[in-house]
Design a protein. Structure first.
Lengths: 160, 293
């Protein structure tokens, strides 16, 4: 029983490893928190590759995020925070298969493919460069400043 | 076959029991402090005939730009009402059909902040469509929607949440403002990168408060819900959307992608409705918005 549980958890973890990392760093990452959770449920060690990736991400995050929530929490509540309670006892192979199925259809872009949106929304006629410019900024990590001319254009036309 | 399952049924299939998150306790709003509903939100509300006729004369006489007026009545009032009614809830009150989905089926905490997040998601959905309108009109609709949103938040904070100090209210409003920026940004990123994984992560952060013990079936259902709305918004034309003919798909309904023939039929029906081959349109129904896209 336990071995089948850990094997299904392993399947989920290897699926989650393929999820894209957040381009802009936030306080929490869906990918890493879920990997940690399912490793805990399946009593697996967190893969080394993930740990390395996470360390790099956290370094980037520290540069961007001004307030360190974890540090503040430690300052306010004296006790060390224990590992979160993942309610391991609630899980069985049936539930893990369901979770895997859902994560799989998210990873496969299932619903984006079923409900396809065409150019009308993605290149809106009122603001055709909106999404391409947004993606350019995101791919730069949101750290690069745009030139003064582009800034002026935004101010004058009101278009992003 | 799985296309036929609505988001609500999808969640029902999950066998994982609800895992309580101690960080987000319920904080119901006391119904005694409930804001009175304005008269125009009542069911079966009708403007008297003479007022309508008088309005038509005024519009015709002064050549009033109705697209500009409609931004307030439709974009500001009607669409905002649709967004906020999704998840409005009061202590011991029976939940509406959509609110049942958010609070019971998905098990989200019953708090003011959660109400803001759900409303924000729907406001963003409308933003996406408004951007695809002609620039001037779309901007106007967006502006009216945001204005109404924040006016309502301020009123609710002072009346329903009993925040009496204006200074504190102000600081909350600033907080909600930056939250709305974050909502718009993260969902826009997901839409632009056309990836369900990015959308799921954004929904997890915003709607589920970054809960570690999340049921991923619920997350998939919500991704499906958002994609469904975007699809409908994509298919509706500017004119129909501008006239307030859009409704959010209920979470316990499902839609099938249209075939080309059905799309053609939809187009013909819209033409028939807004610009019938015979007969004139009323002055108040004049519009420059496109019927085809």
């Amino acid at each position: 029983m336990t071995s089948s549980l850990s094997s299904s958890a392993k399947k989920i973890v290897s699926l989650l490893e393929k999820y894209p990392a957040d381009k802009v760093k936030h306080y929490a990452s869906f990918k890493f928190s879920q990997i940690e959770r399912f490793c805990n449920i399946g009593s697996l060690p967190i893969p080394k590759k993930v740990l390395e990736e996470q360390a790099i991400e956290q370094k980037k995050q520290q540069k961007m995020v001004k307030i360190d929530v974890k540090k503040l929490k430690r300052m306010i509540f004296a006790q060390e925070d224990a590992t979160p309670d993942f309610k391991k006892e609630l899980f069985d192979t049936d539930i893990l298969t369901q979770q895997f199925k859902s994560l799989k259809s998210i990873a496969d872009n299932k619903w984006a493919d079923v409900y396809k949106v065409d150019k009308k929304l993605l290149e809106p006629k009122g603001n055709p460069n909106y999404y391409s410019r947004l993606m350019k900024d995101i791919n730069n990590g949101g750290q690069k400043r745009e030139s003064i001319f582009e800034a002026f254009r935004t101010v004058i036309t009101g278009k992003y | 076959q799985s296309k036929k399952v609505s988001p609500k049924e999808l969640v029902m299939q999950s066998h994982l029991p609800k895992i309580e998150n101690p960080d987000t306790p319920d904080k119901d709003i006391d119904p005694k402090r409930r804001l009175p509903k304005p008269a125009y939100e009542a069911k079966g509300f009708k403007v008297p005939e003479w007022k309508l006729a008088f309005g038509e004369v005024l519009v015709n006489l002064f050549r009033i730009d109705m697209d500009n007026v409609r931004a307030g009545t439709m974009g500001g009032v009607k669409y905002y009402q649709m967004c906020k009614d999704q998840s409005l809830q009061f202590k011991n009150d029976p939940l509406s059909e959509t609110a049942t989905f958010w609070y019971q089926t998905l098990g989200l905490p019953r708090t003011f902040g959660q109400w803001f997040q759900i409303t924000g998601l729907h406001v963003w959905l409308l933003f996406v469509r408004m951007r695809a309108m002609p620039f001037k009109v779309g901007k106007n609709y967006q502006q009216k929607l945001v204005d109404n949103f924040f006016r309502d938040i301020e009123l609710r904070l002072s009346e329903e949440m009993n925040v009496l100090s204006g200074q504190i209210r102000e600081s909350y409003m600033k907080d909600f403002h930056s939250q709305l920026l974050g909502i718009t940004f993260s969902y826009d990123e997901a839409l632009a990168s056309n990836s369900d994984a990015v959308l799921a992560a954004a929904l997890w952060r915003n709607m589920f408060n970054g809960d570690k013990n999340i049921d991923n079936v619920k997350l998939e259902a919500l991704v499906r819900y958002v994609r469904m709305q975007l699809y409908v918004l994509d298919k509706i034309c500017d004119r129909a959307f501008g006239f307030g003919d859009f409704e959010f798909v209920s979470p316990n309904e499902t839609i099938d992608p249209l075939t080309p023939e059905e799309e053609q039929k939809l187009k013909e029906a819209t033409h028939q409705k807004y610009e019938p081959a015979s007969g004139k349109t009323l002055p108040s129904n004049r519009s420059k918005l496109s019927l085809d896209e």
